[in-house]
Unconditional design. Structure first.
Length: 289
């Protein structure tokens, strides 16, 4: 067992799993996400970057393995990244030892560092809520709800709270506010991608970047992605947009469909898919067979 305890949190490794526990005063995204258990097969690499104050541990996951990273699409800041750990100067040696242990295990187990075609990490626990700006988004595992505040446009408040069943969600897109440009959390329905500004779209939150808590909208996006009927998806940003569903395989491509069935079974066994979600997705694949 190798572990490191810092003010920023605790990492431990038992040869099979990297366990990450955030510190008490970390960014709200890490705080709300809570403890993570990262299986070795989801890890692509690990590094320790020393600096004059100590350094930073970085765990690099295989592309497509984590719904939070998928939802963030490379937009998480260091402070909100659950796979980074600030290390004090007197703990640098321990950090380097932990890196060596994880690297040795990756080598011994011959874990590939390439992308995966389905999630190896569960999404955030539900119910989950987050956001800010002109409203708050929440997700209970079945329904997305958008509740508007007094700052929202009348075109949103006039319709009241929006309830969107998971079965109708075909994509979710999170973009944080950057500089003077507002961000958003958008939900696509029936394959439609809205071109309306987020401030007027009743299926979008507008994020203004006025507080760190607004970034927790990414957790709602991740929870939805992880529980969509066919989770996972494109292994990298170049292959397909993070929020769009995978194209269905050709009807006669039985190998692809059989692999899809195995993946659904793994997700169900891991608790990522509920019994109902698994049954629905399984029947959809069987019909194509």
């Amino acid at each position: 067992m190798a572990d490191i305890i810092t003010r920023d949190g605790t990492w431990s490794f038992d040869g099979e799993t990297v366990r990450i526990v955030p510190g008490g005063k970390v960014h709200p995204v890490r705080q709300d996400l809570g403890e993570l258990a990262v299986p070795l097969r989801a890890v692509a690499g690990v590094s320790f970057e020393p600096d004059r104050k100590g350094g930073r541990l970085r765990l690099r996951l295989r592309s497509g393995a984590c719904p939070v990273l998928r939802a963030a699409d490379g937009r998480l800041k260091d402070a909100s990244d659950p796979y980074q750990l600030a290390v004090e100067k007197d703990r640098a040696g321990v950090a380097e030892y932990l890196v060596d242990e994880i690297r040795n295990a990756l080598l011994i187990e011959q874990v590939p560092d390439g992308p995966v075609d389905h999630f190896l990490m569960p999404g955030p626990q539900v119910p989950v809520s987050g956001g800010g700006g002109d409203g708050t988004a929440s997700f209970d595992g079945r329904t997305v709800r958008l509740v508007w505040n007094w700052k929202a446009e009348e075109s949103k408040t006039a319709g009241g709270t929006v309830s969107l069943p998971l079965s109708e969600v075909t994509g979710v897109r999170w973009v944080p506010a950057i500089g003077l440009e507002n961000g958003s959390l958008r939900f696509d329905r029936a394959g439609a991608v809205s071109s309306a500004p987020a401030k007027f779209d009743p299926y979008s939150l507008e994020l203004w970047g006025l507080s760190k808590r607004e970034h927790t909208a990414v957790l709602v996006a991740a929870a939805v992605l992880a529980r969509m009927p066919v989770p996972g998806g494109a292994p990298d940003r170049e292959a397909a947009p993070a929020a769009l569903p995978q194209a269905a395989p050709a009807a006669d491509d039985h190998d692809v469909l059989l692999r899809r069935l195995r993946e659904l079974g793994e997700l169900h066994a891991a608790g990522i898919l509920t019994d109902e979600e698994f049954s629905t997705a399984k029947q959809a694949v069987l019909k194509r067979l």
